[in-house]
Design a protein around this ligand. Structure first.
Ligand code: ATP
Length: 421
């Protein structure tokens, strides 16, 4: 069975919206063992949408369309599909009631054009949309199956799970299932990781081992195909064991886990609290940690002390230290970590100061120079890491925040410096 994907929206063509629906749906279909040979993006233009639908139905068994189901005149996916399939658009009572109920629940006035969303191509079946107004639509046309789904990911993704995946699963009894598992590492570079797993990466056995790199961390995706999900997982398990045996100390999580999530969990498990003093990262680390549910139990405070004056006023760092050693120095970083810990009463304190660039560098303090300090333990001791990060301002900030997370994880696991420096 082959499926084809069509994404409708001029904003996608202009680069204003990232096509995350493509990534989401492709991943889910691959995991369900459905072949996808073509994906298309087309603007809000009815003749062009019709042409895409016609082409897709000429070569695939299932067509999944995202976007263009809204109430406005540039939302024309339904009209295009109805035209290609030769069906009229008819009002659907249940969809109309759901739309009216949605507006009543959110306390907004419904306009007449919202009722356009309750029109369904004749013979089609409405897919309920609990997170928005436009229902999805499922249409069987001879041997072909067509899904029309709304564009917003918060509406699209639940409908893929509730309606598309089960329908496709039912169409391929005994089909192959593809399962992927992601192992996430920190404190080890991509090239070293690849070198240490080279034999597994090139083995081409039943489980594919593929490195994935992103800012300051690396991941390995393990993929296996088998007759059932359990069988595919059983293929992955021994390869994962081998990798854990070699690189377990760098492995911080799997699948959707994140490094801030792991740090919040470790702090909570140990009933420890944290405070942050950030300069160049401008609150980035606090932002990442506060994205994690439950952060309030472990993060006491985060201070963005950008200027020397703020470092003196908010963190009680003597102005003379800042002028003597410079704002980006081991001494100032260490004082930031120590003082934010003391002032807030947290168990652990982090200080981050760096030259984010692109200007402002010197021979002594080059662009990208970063000090990341971790205050912990019974005394006033601070462990300070000195790094020089290469890349844009954003990259330097991200890497500095990531380094702080790596140091926190190491400390919480009683592991000294997995970053190998
Ligand atoms: P609505 O009922 O909300 O109008 P719709 O089906 O008409 O939904 P569109 O108008 O095409 O959807 O898109 C609405 C918004 O959904 C877009 O502005 C964009 O933010 C998001 N969106 C649309 N398509 C995609 C996509 N492929 N990936 C990610 N986001 C998307």
């Amino acid at each position: 069975m082959t499926a084809e994907l069509l994404f409708v929206g001029t904003e996608l063509l202009l680069g204003q919206t990232l096509n995350t629906n493509a990534q989401y749906l492709s991943g889910r279909l691959a995991a369900s063992g459905v072949n996808v040979f073509h994906q298309t993006v087309v603007g809000d233009n009815q003749p062009r949408v019709e042409a895409c639908i016609r082409t897709a139905l000429g070569r695939a068994d299932v067509l999944i369309v995202s976007g263009g189901l809204g109430p406005t005149s540039d939302d024309l996916t339904k009209e295009a599909a109805a035209a290609v399939l030769g069906r009229r658009l008819l009002p659907d009572g249940a969809s109309r009631a759901a739309i009216e109920g949605y507006f009543a629940a959110v306390g907004r006035r419904m306009t007449e054009n919202n009722l356009k969303q309750a029109l369904i191509p004749e013979g089609g079946e409405a897919i309920p949309n609990p997170n928005g107004t436009a229902p999805g639509i499922k249409i069987q046309d001879g041997s072909k199956l067509v899904f029309l789904l709304p564009g917003p990911p918060s509406e699209f993704e639940p409908m893929v799970e509730a309606a598309v995946i089960p329908a496709l699963g039912a169409m391929q009894p005994g089909g192959q299932t593809i399962v992927s598992r992601v192992l996430r590492f920190c404190g080890i570079g991509e090239s070293e990781l690849e070198t240490r797993l080279n034999d597994l990466i090139s083995a081409q056995s039943g489980t594919t081992v593929a490195p994935l790199a992103s800012l300051g961390e690396v991941a390995i995706r393990l993929t296996a195909k088998a007759e059932s999900e359990a069988a595919a997982r059983a293929r992955i398990a021994p390869v994962e064991e081998l990798i854990r045996a070699r690189l377990g100390r760098y492995l911080y999580g799997t699948d959707q886990e994140s490094l801030p999530g792991v740090v919040v969990r470790l702090l909570a498990e140990r009933r420890l609290t944290l405070a942050l003093a950030e300069s160049c990262t401008g609150g980035l680390l606090a932002d990442q940690l506060t994205d994690i549910p439950g952060a309030s139990a472990v993060l006491l405070a985060g201070v963005v002390a950008y200027t020397g004056q703020a470092k003196a006023g908010l963190l009680a760092i003597p102005r003379e230290s800042v002028s003597e050693y410079g704002p980006v120095s081991e001494q100032v970083c260490s004082a930031m970590a120590r003082n934010v810990r003391r002032i807030s009463g947290a168990d652990l304190g982090i200080g981050i100061t760096c030259v984010a660039g692109p200007g402002g560098g010197s021979a002594k303090t080059p662009v990208g120079l970063a000090f990341i300090g971790l205050a912990h333990g019974p005394g006033d001791g601070v462990r300070v890491a000195r790094r020089v990060f290469r890349g844009s301002r954003r990259v330097v900030k991200c890497r500095a925040a990531k380094q702080a997370l790596v140091m926190l994880r190491d400390r919480l696991l009683g592991q000294e410096d997995s970053s190998g420096h």
